[in-house]
Design a protein. Structure first.
Lengths: 445, 346
């Protein structure tokens, strides 16, 4: 009868699973469903980012008692950066009341969620990444590639390379290799590099590194043959240190490699050791723990033992700071929406309105204790990126040093391309373009 | 033992079709009324897609004895073919695209089945790896397949049959259920036909099969074609009904292994086994993760929980296979027989 007892145990546990009714939100709670990843090849990014995000939410709860008295809650669902796990987490977490916004930190998962969150009317935040044409709020009402979409990042990197060469006209005849991660995220910028190459007269060669990227010998031998003036590293996770080490092996100078916004963390350079010295990368948020908001997190959150990072030395690292910045953006959007709709649990659509009116100028950023951590943001109903500024930082073997001012990407150049792509998408899906009036119609229950 | 045999003979023998018909009645009549969107989106849709893929692989591996590690490639071929037929052929109904997608997957299956004429066992498994890598490479390399989409991710078209929109969770579930039921029924008929017996003959002893006049070459390729057809259609369900977005990376080697494990755990050479295996592989980890999240979510972070679930799942699979090497389907039959016997003797 052992089988019968096994069956009985199985039935019991099944009954327990069914009875796991998620606690419904109280009137004064706002919930963040976190589709995080703490295991798998991208765990370094996941633990840092979600650690920073949770630390900031904790800071708001402990220091301020929530946002105007509305407590912030969250739970985590492990995705391992895999699309079908992300979808399962979405279905699992969406039944929880009072969801403010989704932050999956994965382009693949974000793509799979676009139809779903649009139907459910809850914002989807893809800070510093995502689908570029979702910048166009006329077509993607609920998707927000905040601070920096992939095209702006590309424009920023090309402008930086131009400044190193002595001006944008000096790019003519130069050769750039883009080494990209073999994923939806990595491929997102292929067309924009081709376009900028045509416009500025440089040649571009784009080479894919299959996921996860722990073997790159052949790619770097190709690069050595091509002898490019610059290599743009558009990596993610383990691919980055391997790229830097392999570059040294084939004799490519590391100070001519420019990392993109997901190749810019301590976790990318420390494993590469000396090979990373002199490597430069773009960022929207500076690294370091001297900023007042980071100090408050150290004091208030880690001081009371509620800090999320296990390794305290990662406080103030690039991913942790990005999580904090993402926390600031989410919380401030809720604050904006609360001023309009009342100090209570908001609907997803109300939070969407908040994001569409999220305007933090440098003075406001300073008031939040984040001066120099990030520059500013200015989101509107049709511009869901919000004109974030970028800066460049160089690794000296121990820490990142900022080596440029805050630079504005060439938004005017990029906007027509984004609109064209978004309009093509709207035609394919039969979506009617949204107007400013549509954006002001908010579902409040 | 005689007494037991006698008991079995007097047991009321239900016609074979009763159980499947009851199951379908519940699946069509009851589940759509009481199910939540989580049940459809996160459990039933992946279960149906992987179950069907398991049926396809079971025809090839379980019945015809040809080991394949290219299942995910055939799923990808089906998904991308259906997307392109739907996009590029004006006026072709969705069902037509899906059927043609199955044909494309079958054609690719035949090509990569050719080595089976010379290779056996592990060697064949390794050669089907070529399909796995080639298809994924081609889909990534030529952006035509994804309609030049910047990121290589394609959006599934809206599902509708004869003007009837099936975009909701229930609609997509019924769509998947219908296709899976039809193909499973056909597969069931196939394996009990002469062709199915030819498959088994080749699996059990190829030389003997040749001697009694079974065309080995034709039969093997037929097994590859039918199996790939079914797996290709399973890929369409995975992409169109379940995820509603497709990227080549979603069909990597891990997925091929997953399907192979489904049929090994569920039971080789059993149509039902594929669904038992899919249930274990899809539903069990979710249940485990929800249970552990509920019990221990406040104590450990999600990473630790996920790691421990893997350990538990791995241990359970080993346990299952030791208890019942013939798979869950044999376990199920044994339990049913005992219950029937217990009910008889009271």
């Amino acid at each position: 009868m052992t089988f019968l007892s096994t069956i009985k145990a199985a039935a019991l546990s099944a009954a327990m699973i069914v009875s796991v009714a998620l606690p419904s939100a109280h009137a004064d709670e706002q919930y963040f469903p976190l589709q995080s990843y703490r295991v798998g090849p991208y765990a370094a990014g996941g633990t840092g980012f979600f650690g920073g995000f949770i630390d900031y939410l904790n800071l708001i709860n402990i220091r301020d008692g929530g946002v105007n008295g509305v407590k912030l809650t969250w739970d985590e669902c492990e995705t391992q950066y895999e699309v079908e796990r992300g979808v399962e987490c979405y279905e699992r977490q969406k039944s929880h009341a009072g969801a403010a916004a989704w932050n999956p930190l994965s382009v693949g998962i974000a793509y799979a969620m676009i139809d779903r969150i649009t139907a459910d009317k809850v914002p989807l935040i893809t800070v510093n990444h995502g689908r570029t044409d979702s910048t166009d709020g006329r077509v993607f009402p609920y998707v927000f590639p905040l601070l920096l979409n992939p095209y702006s990042e590309t424009s920023g990197i090309v402008n930086y390379i131009a400044s190193k060469e002595g001006g944008i006209d000096k790019l003519n005849g130069k050769k750039i290799v883009v080494l990209y991660h073999g994923s939806p995220y990595g491929k997102e910028t292929i067309p924009i590099y081709e376009l900028l190459a045509q416009k500025y007269g440089f040649t571009v060669q784009q080479i894919e590194v299959p996921h996860p990227g722990n073997e790159q010998q052949s790619q770097w031998l190709t690069i050595r043959r091509a002898k490019p003036d610059f290599v743009v590293l558009r990596g993610w996770g383990v691919m980055n240190p391997v790229a830097l080490k392999t570059a040294v092996k084939v004799g490519y100078p590391v100070d001519h490699i420019v990392g993109n916004v997901w190749s810019n963390s301590e976790e990318d350079v420390i494993p590469a050791g000396d090979a990373a010295k002199g490597y430069t990368a773009i960022t929207t948020q500076a690294s370091g723990n001297s900023y007042p908001v980071v100090q408050e997190i150290v004091k208030t959150v880690y001081g009371t033992g509620k800090g999320n990072l296990e390794d305290k030395s990662r406080i103030g690292s690039v991913y942790h700071n990005l999580g904090i910045v993402n926390g600031i953006l989410n919380v401030e959007a809720i604050r904006v929406a609360q001023e309009k709709f009342g100090h209570r649990t908001l609907t997803g659509d109300e939070v969407r309105w908040g994001f569409e009116h999220l305007k933090l100028d440098p003075a406001k950023v300073e008031a939040l204790g984040a001066k120099d951590l990030f520059h500013s943001i200015n989101v509107s109903w049709d511009n869901h990126e919000g004109e974030g500024y970028v800066t460049f930082q160089q690794w000296d073997g121990k820490k990142w040093n900022v080596v440029s001012d805050w630079i504005a990407p060439d938004w005017a150049l990029l906007r027509p391309m984004i609109e064209k792509s978004a309009e093509a998408y709207s035609k394919e899906k039969g979506i009617k373009l949204r107007t400013a009036d549509d954006a002001n119609a908010v579902t409040t229950n | 033992m005689a007494a037991i045999a006698a008991d079995f003979s007097t047991a009321p023998v239900l016609p074979k079709w009763i159980a499947p018909v009851l199951l379908l009645a519940v699946a069509y009549g009851v589940v759509p009324l009481i199910g939540s969107s989580y049940l459809f989106e996160a459990i039933l849709l992946p279960f149906l897609a992987l179950g069907l893929a398991g049926v396809g692989l079971n025809i090839l591996t379980g019945y015809a004895g040809q080991v394949s590690l290219g299942s995910a490639a055939f799923m990808a071929a089906g998904a991308f073919a259906a997307y392109n037929f739907n996009l590029r052929v004006e006026g072709l109904p969705l069902i037509g695209s899906i059927f043609l997608a199955g044909i494309v997957a079958a054609a690719i299956g035949i090509v990569f089945g050719l080595p089976s004429l010379r290779l056996k066992g592990f060697y064949l498994a390794v050669s089907t790896l070529a399909a796995q890598f080639f298809v994924q490479w081609a889909l990534t390399k030529f952006s035509w397949f994804s309609n030049n989409s910047a990121s290589g991710v394609i959006d599934a078209p809206k599902l509708s049959i004869g003007g009837l929109a099936l975009d909701g969770a229930v609609g997509r579930y019924l769509f998947a259920l219908t296709i899976v039921s039809i193909l499973t029924f056909l597969a069931y008929r196939l394996v009990s036909s002469q062709t199915g017996r030819n498959f088994i003959a080749i699996r059990d002893n190829e030389t003997a099969a040749r001697i009694i006049g079974i065309p080995v070459l034709k039969t093997k390729l037929l097994a590859f074609a039918i199996s790939s057809f079914i797996i290709g259609v399973a890929g369409v369900i995975w992409a169109f009904a379940y995820l509603r977005t497709v990227e080549p990376d979603g069909f990597d080697l891990d997925r091929s292994f997953q399907i192979l494990f489904i049929i090994i755990i569920g039971g080789l050479a059993s149509i039902r086994g594929a669904f038992f295996g899919a249930a274990l592989i899809v539903v069990f980890p979710l249940g485990l993760s929800r249970l552990s999240g509920f019990l221990l979510g406040d104590v450990f972070d999600s990473g630790v929980l996920d790691m421990s679930q893997r350990i538990v799942l791995g241990a359970l699979i080993i346990l299952f296979l030791i208890l019942e090497p013939d798979g869950l389907v044999a376990l199920w039959d044994r339990i049913r027989r005992r219950l029937l016997f217990a009910w008889q003797s009271t």
